[in-house]
Design a protein. Structure first.
Length: 412
């Protein structure tokens, strides 16, 4: 005959029934049912006082450390107003508000639990990060040392029109300097907005961008017409490595916030969308705390540049020991009874050549090295190429001939 299984509730009933018979001591009954004498007495007393044997909740009737309802309501209301802000930003924002100055706020983890209980947190699965190169923005040690510029991915407005947001940020203060919907992602539509930003905030020392048009080009050094204009203003173009958007991670992170708060859903037309962008810029710069700034706002950290937009833009000047060549309209320069193609972005602009090795020339446009030229083989190398690499390539390309042989051949 199989053993009959009993659950806890049945064992309690049997224990009480055995006790009511009055034939055995509580210790014997407890040993028989495999419980402690203390537990047996607890069940007996509970039955005598209430007549029930159900398990009673151990939760206290009051919790002195529970977050007050008024505090929860403020947190929930603020989160609904700023649905993309996490607990840290919410606390930093509320602690700065004068009307809440005397309030005591819960810990960040508690705020997270409150938001979860209110259904205000969307659970996201952590993505696996691939190892890749990370490089800080150059010279971002003070405001206006380095700016970033980009075109956020386009989207369609309610009227079917294409919207291309042009964005510019300061890499030190994270100030969003420009966020405007341009008609087309072309230089003619972008340059006026960049110039307006320069007029308002002054000039940066460098401008970081990707290599796509209109910021970069496929020509030598990635020089585009926009890059030429920036160099003439004394701004150094700073191109990220192709396929490495993480090198401009601060700007890309801003784009993620812009997409969540100002692009979804898309507005009905460009005018309405631009009003949304303007509202986002004001909140992003002056209201939203930034954790990398110790929860200060970008507007409180940013300062205007001391370098103002000039009234006229002139071509760069070069030292007297430079060889000067004027780039033709098709992107060529004259070089030893022949033509050498550089870039159409440099058309009608002067470039300076400085000899850095044995007939190895570094071609500059303004302060920016553009490309290295091997005068013997007429081969071009990236601007950062070492002279030894040029010499090695030269000898590999010309066989066993030496530099003296090349000179004799050229003289003949």
């Amino acid at each position: 005959m199989p053993w009959r299984e009993t659950n806890v509730s049945e064992r309690r009933v049997l224990l009480i029934a055995e006790h009511l018979r009055g034939e055995r001591s509580v210790q014997d009954i407890a040993d028989h049912f495999g419980v402690s004498r203390k537990t047996a007495y607890k069940w007996i007393e509970r039955f005598k006082s209430s007549g029930v044997l159900m398990e009673v909740s151990r939760r206290p009737l009051s919790s002195p450390l529970k977050t007050p309802t008024s505090t929860v309501e403020i947190l929930v209301m603020t989160r609904r107003t700023h649905p993309t802000w996490g607990p840290r930003k919410l606390l930093a924002y509320l602690e700065r508000r004068p009307e809440y100055r005397d309030m005591t706020w819960p810990a960040c983890s508690t705020v997270g639990d409150i938001l979860k209980r209110q259904g205000l947190v969307e659970v996201r699965h952590r993505r696996r990060r691939l190892a890749g190169e990370r490089r800080a923005c150059v010279n971002a040690d003070a405001p206006n040392d380095s700016w970033s510029i980009d075109l956020k991915g386009h989207f369609r407005l309610g009227d079917g029109r294409r919207c291309d947001p042009l964005t510019i940020t300061d890499n030190y203060s994270r100030q969003l300097l420009c966020c405007v919907a341009v008609d087309e992602p072309k230089l003619a539509f972008i340059q006026p907005h960049i110039e307006a930003t320069f007029q308002k905030y002054g000039l940066p020392m460098s401008m970081r961008s990707d290599n796509g048009p209109p910021f970069g080009s496929s020509g030598v050094g990635g020089i585009s017409r926009l890059a030429v204009w920036l160099i003439k203003l004394g701004i150094r173009p700073d191109f990220i490595t192709p396929g490495k958007p993480q090198q401009n991670g601060r700007h890309e992170r801003m784009h993620r916030t812009l997409k969540a708060e100002a692009c979804r859903p898309a507005r009905k037309d460009q005018a309405t969308q631009q009003k949304t962008f303007d509202t986002f810029v004001e909140e992003y710069n002056s209201i939203r705390p930034h954790e990398s700034l110790a929860n200060e706002t970008p507007a409180s950290v940013h300062r205007l540049s001391s370098r103002q937009m000039p009234s006229t833009v002139t071509s760069p000047k070069y030292p007297s020991d430079f060889a000067i060549r004027m780039v033709k309209g098709d992107g060529d320069i004259k070089w030893r009874n022949g033509r050498l193609y550089l870039s159409q972005g440099l058309a009608h602009e002067p470039v300076g050549l400085s000899e850095v090795g044995d007939d190895v020339w570094l071609i500059h446009f303004g302060m920016m090295p553009v490309v290295v030229l091997d005068g013997f083989t007429r081969k071009l190398f990236p601007a950062g190429t070492a002279i030894d690499a040029v010499e090695t390539s030269r000898h590999t390309r010309t066989g066993t001939r030496t530099t003296s042989d090349l000179r004799r051949g050229r003289s003949r």
